[in-house]
Write a protein that binds this ligand. Structure first.
Ligand code: ATP
Length: 135
C-alpha cells in the first residue's frame, strides 16, 4: 500500500477535509506542486487552481481559491479562504464574476484595480472549470 500523510483543509466556516492521502496537487505561488508524504517542511501561499486529493482508491477534485499551505513530513495543512467541491459551486455566480472581471480588465478605467480584477477572473475560471455543467 502506498505511504500516506494526513491532510487537513480548513476554511473560515468549517473543516473542509480531514483524512489520509497519498499525494496532493495544487497551484501555489511557487507554481504547480505535487506533495508526497515525507516532503521537507514548507510554507507557501496558494494560487487559485484545482486541488487534487489522491486517496488510495480515488482522486477528489476541489476548487481552491486562496490561502496558505504548511507541509510537514507526515502532515499537510491548508488554511483556505475558500475551497469548494464541484457540487457546491454555483456556476451562474461564477460566470457573473467572470463577466464582471473581464469587463473591468477591458475597460481599463482609472478606478479599476487591475490585479484585483485579474485575481477575480482566475477564481471564476477555476470554479467554472469544475462546476457541474462543465464536466
Ligand atoms: P463573487 O464575486 O461571486 O463573490 P469571489 O471570487 O469574489 O466571487 P470569494 O471571495 O472567492 O468570491 O469567496 C467568498 C465566499 O463565497 C466563499 O465562502 C466562497 O466559497 C463563496 N463563493 C464565491 N463564489 C462562489 C460560487 N460561484 N459558488 C459557490 N460558492 C462561492
Amino acid at each position: 500500500m502506498a505511504e500516506t500523510m494526513k491532510l487537513q483543509v480548513v476554511t473560515p466556516d468549517k473543516e473542509f477535509f480531514n483524512g489520509d492521502v497519498t499525494m496532493v496537487e495544487l497551484n501555489t505561488a511557487d507554481g504547480e506542486m505535487g506533495i508526497y508524504p515525507q516532503h521537507i517542511p514548507l510554507t507557501v501561499a496558494v494560487e487559485p487552481g484545482v486541488l487534487r486529493i489522491h486517496e488510495s482508491s480515488e482522486v477528489r477534485k476541489a476548487a481552491l481559491l486562496s490561502g496558505f499551505i504548511q507541509v510537514m513530513p507526515e502532515k499537510m495543512t491548508i488554511l483556505a479562504e475558500a475551497c469548494e467541491w464541484p457540487e457546491e459551486i454555483d456556476g451562474a455566480r461564477a460566470n457573473e464574476a467572470r463577466i464582471r472581471a473581464e469587463r473591468r480588465l477591458t475597460e481599463h478605467s482609472p478606478e479599476t484595480d487591475l490585479a484585483r480584477a485579474e485575481a477575480a477572473l482566475q477564481r471564476a475560471l477555476v470554479r467554472l472549470s469544475l462546476s457541474e455543467g462543465n464536466k
